[in-house]
Design a protein around this ligand. Structure first.
Ligand SMILES: [Zn+2]
Length: 229
């Protein structure tokens, strides 16, 4: 007998035993176990649905520039899905089921200030940590772009979005894992992907985000639950 059939028989039994109307509650499905321990929720803004993947691999069939070390199957060695940046737990990749197309660093004679990730089909991009939106606009190079201030001199940028999530506006609070937009190819992009930056410094400088220091997302220590308490 299947599990479904057992439940049905039980419900019938209940109905026969009692003349009162039977309220059938939907049996809640067991929530899938989170892939990794996500940062604790903050009261400032509600946590979103994002659960980071535990692993990240290089994309098939392309040469990944500035690739971190990968194993023989292409998985990034020692990948840390949540990293600690100046005491802020931050997702190292802000989307699910993506692969890496480009790492951080010098590339074609220019510095690549972030990492490039893609999924097929394109998917939702999420806030890597709770914070406040300080830029949500169209930029010539970055296209539809969101910049979030996470406090402690830590910022993240999400670029080339197909669109910015409605309600994600300058000055608004945002929770960990809330959608910031959708993967796209707006601005100076040759393919649908997300360009993701982790930046440190102080935004309140004459050059704004250009005065911040881009950091390699793969260079930070892992988030440990105990560190948050
Ligand atoms: Zn990029």
């Amino acid at each position: 007998m299947t599990r479904k059939a057992t439940l049905f028989a039980l419900l019938l039994g209940t109905a026969c035993a009692s003349p009162a109307p039977v309220t059938v509650h939907t049996v809640p499905r067991a929530a899938p176990a989170p892939a990794v321990s996500t940062p604790p929720p903050v009261t400032a803004a509600e946590q979103g649905p994002f659960q980071p993947n535990a692993y990240l691999r290089a994309c098939y069939g392309i040469r990944v520039s500035n690739s971190p070390l990968v194993d023989e199957e292409g998985w990034v060695r020692n990948y840390k899905p949540i990293v600690m940046v100046n005491g802020v737990p931050l997702a190292a990749a802000p989307a699910n089921d993506v692969c890496l197309t480009s790492g951080f660093g010098q590339r074609f004679g220019r510095r690549h200030d972030g990492i490039d990730l893609q999924s097929r089909p394109a998917g939702t991009i999420y806030a890597a940590a709770p914070g406040r939106v300080i830029e949500a606009r169209v930029s010539t190079g970055y296209g539809n772009m969101v910049l979030i201030d996470h406090g402690k001199g830590v910022y993240t940028r999400y670029a080339h979005l197909a669109y910015i999530q409605p309600g994600v506006q300058k000055g608004e609070k945002i929770g960990f894992g809330q959608p910031v937009g959708f993967m796209g190819s707006s601005g100076n992009a040759t393919a649908v992907h997300i360009h993701y930056e982790i930046l440190t410094g102080n935004y309140n400088n004459p050059r704004g985000s250009k005065g911040l220091s881009p950091r390699d997302p793969f260079s930070f220590p892992p988030y440990e639950y105990a560190q948050a308490y």
